[in-house]
Ligand binder design. Sequence first.
Ligand code: CDP
Length: 249
Amino acid sequence: MIIAIDGPAGSGKSSVARAVAARLSFHYLDTGAMYRAVAVGAMRRGIDLNDGVALRDFSKTRRISFAYEEGEVLPSRVFFGDEEMTDYIRSPEVDKAVSPVASCAELRDDMLVKQRMLGSKGNYVVEGRDIGTVVFPNAALKIFLTACVEERARRRSRQNEQRGLPSNYDEILQSLKDRDDYDTNREVAPLMRAEDAIELDTSNMSEGEVVQTVVDLAITVRDKVCGADGGVNDDNLEGIPEKLGPEYS
Ligand code: CDP
């Protein structure tokens, strides 16, 4: 069973997706971290961030994998091939670079295969921008999280403060607006609510309330549609070649 959580930057996707996965003992996949890891790798090598073919060819040579901190139940470390990217992917430079990278159609093709291969191996909460519309259109439950941009900027600024990252509210507000604009208006897989997604405006909800709402919905869907063990996700692998190299495992 797949729970797709989409929404704009700072809508609370990551915190909610992680908490829901922990509560339900599901796996967790952060597709934004995958785009960010490719962006960091490409920046380090001087690859043109607008060259979709070069980005795809680069991305194709490596596996993107996630690892756990000791004692954690959800992964929080991200690797691009052997390079650990965890400490770099949330910087303001990468915030800026990731939207153009993610708007390259050729790169998205490779990411789609990687994401489907990863997410089809059991019960997953998958978060991103196009999970319910493109990556897992058959997801059992689709959630679209929103919040007004000012509230999202306040949240991101608090989060950055806790992580020791630059947390200037005005700069963050502008960066979120720019990214929203880019992600919503791009041609390929734009940020969009799937027709069958449930929209939750979290502007005036606590994180706990959002998590509880999604968990309740997920349990209902699991019990009524998927079966107690969540069922299989094979229908999400359609169109993926049967034989793929280890970069896709
Ligand atoms: O955490 P935040 O919402 O700020 O961003 P993220 O989820 O880490 O995603 C970073 C960027 O990757 C987004 O601004 C999108 O441009 C891109 N992205 C995407 O295009 N498709 C996805 N499924 C996930 C992220």
